[in-house]
Design a protein around this ligand. Structure first.
Ligand code: FAD
Length: 444
């Protein structure tokens, strides 16, 4: 019987444990997590804080008792894995409640330790009014603070996914929200013209945006920015980035890649073939360029969990790499992207051309149509798609999902004209924006 130990019981960890059980009824599976909640949807936490999701427990998928009963997996919460002994194939574990330390042997070890919020080294960050949002307990702390302190003014630092979701949700609660962002435009994974449309939406919705600056210090309610402006805030949400948790891997001399994640091959194995790494802490490679890439999002963590479960049960299903596909709701707008953006194409010195189409999500005569803009970057010689971005109302996610499938299948931009996609007036047009990109590319 194979003994499998997993570090982390949330996005990647709980998923890989469940999937291994699905394919191997005999494996002995033990999962450790230092937190007290397992298998919750971190992605839902901003919406719990905003009151959009009313029952906070609804984002918890399971608990150790249910998981044991349903999947026969032993999950030990409030247990921290301290060290990996690669020679002895054991991990050293501390029970955080009793302080007891013990060792657990493994045939295969899967690391899915996620990451921690990056906090700047500036005065006042230790204040009880400064929060970050990484896990269930962080969510509860922010929620409690809002409910008990009834704050009026919030600052969100960092205009990436979590920062924007928090800005929207705090606004939804009726707070005055100021978003502070270091670079000249927010959402650096998007092309600047797309980011600017999001900034316009934030302004329309009453979120004050200050770009090109950061928090320099905070004292009481006063928050001083690098540009000299003083703001008043009842609390601050810091969302300036994620640091992959690689301490365990580093101590065990597993290779850390140039993106700061634990290096893995196409089967998510580290340089020790009996140790796998998945999720936010792992580094894999870019599907388009083959360069090292780390995508701290839930979808890759789940795909990687599947690959590991397959590999451990004898099916060598190689990962084709990462695209970084992502989608974001900002009030009435949706923005989504996949693959390379303009900046990464420039940084990598790649040849590229772009086709853009602005049109309706579905038939213009149907009542709830919305405008969407779809931009596709491609290599003008090979005609292969490098990446795409889409912004607008409904149907943005669907267009990017089609492009993801096209990239995965190795289609050219010209092939998009030929795709026979779903059409009825509430959903699309006989010439879907995807087809329009193909038409435009062929004549370009
Ligand atoms: P995690 O889910 O973070 O789990 C890691 C676990 O390992 C943690 O519980 C940690 O305590 C534990 N751990 C670490 N070290 C040890 C140790 N030494 N011993 C024991 N336990 C340890 N992704 C999307 O795709 N779409 C979204 O909309 C989205 N929204 C998000 C919103 C928020 C607010 C956050 C925080 C994340 C969001 N994500 C989203 C990202 C997604 O949640 C993560 O990509 C996913 O959870 C990664 O899974 P993971 O297993 O790598 O890490």
């Amino acid at each position: 019987m194979k003994k499998i130990v997993v570090v982390g019981a949330v996005g990647g960890g709980a998923t890989v444990a469940g999937q291994i059980r699905f394919y191997d009824p005999d494996a002995h599976i033990v999962v450790f997590d230092r937190e007290s909640t397992m298998s919750y949807a971190a992605c839902g936490t901003p919406y719990v804080i905003g009151g959009v999701i009313e029952d906070e427990r609804s984002i918890i998928m399971t608990d150790p008792e249910k998981f044991k009963k349903k999947r026969d997996v032993n999950v030990k919460l409030q247990h921290e894995v301290l060290k990996i002994d690669r020679e002895g194939k054991k991990v050293h574990v501390r029970n955080l409640v009793t302080g007891e330390q013990f060792q657990e042997s493994y045939d295969a070890l899967i690391l899915s330790p996620g990451g921690s919020a990056v906090m700047p080294d500036v005065k006042g960050m230790e204040s009880s009014k400064v929060f970050s949002l990484r896990n269930y307990e962080d969510m509860q702390r922010i929620d409690q603070f809002i409910k008990t302190q009834q704050p009026k003014n919030a600052i969100v630092s960092g205009g990436g996914f979590i920062g924007l979701e928090m800005a929207e949700n705090l606004k939804h609660l009726g707070l005055n929200v100021t978003l502070v962002h270091k670079s000249p435009t927010i959402m650096s994974i998007l092309d600047t013209d797309i980011s600017l449309l999001i900034e316009k939406e934030l302004a329309l919705q009453g979120v004050k945006l200050l770009t090109g600056t950061t928090i320099e210090k905070t004292e009481g309610k006063t928050v001083t920015l690098g540009n000299g402006i003083d703001l008043q805030a009842d609390f601050i949400i810091m969302s300036i980035g994620l640091k992959p948790s690689t301490q365990l891997a580093e101590k065990a001399e597993l290779n850390i890649g140039e993106t700061g994640g634990i290096q893995t091959n196409e089967f998510m194995q580290t340089n020790d073939p009996s140790i796998y790494a998945i999720g936010d802490a792992s580094e894999n490679f870019d599907m388009v360029t083959g360069d090292p890439k780390r995508v701290p999002l839930a979808s890759p963590a789940h795909r990687q969990a599947f690959i590991v479960a397959q590999h451990l049960t004898g099916n060598k299903l190689a990962k084709k790499g990462l695209l970084g596909t992502s989608v974001l709701k900002v009030f009435s707008l949706t923005a989504a992207m996949t693959g390379l953006n303009e900046q990464s194409i420039k940084d990598k010195n790649l040849q590229s051309a772009t086709v853009t189409h602005t049109g309706n999500s579905n038939a213009g005569y149907y009542p709830d149509h919305a405008q969407i803009t779809l931009k596709v970057h491609y290599n003008p010689e090979t005609r292969k798609i490098l990446g795409a971005q889409c912004i607008g109302g409904k149907g943005v996610d669907k267009r990017i999902d089609v492009i993801v499938t096209a990239i995965y299948a190795g289609l050219t931009v010209d092939d998009l004209q030929a795709l026979e996609l779903c059409y009825a007036p509430p959903y699309s047009s006989p010439k879907d924006p995807i087809n329009m990109i193909g038409y435009k590319a062929i004549t370009k």
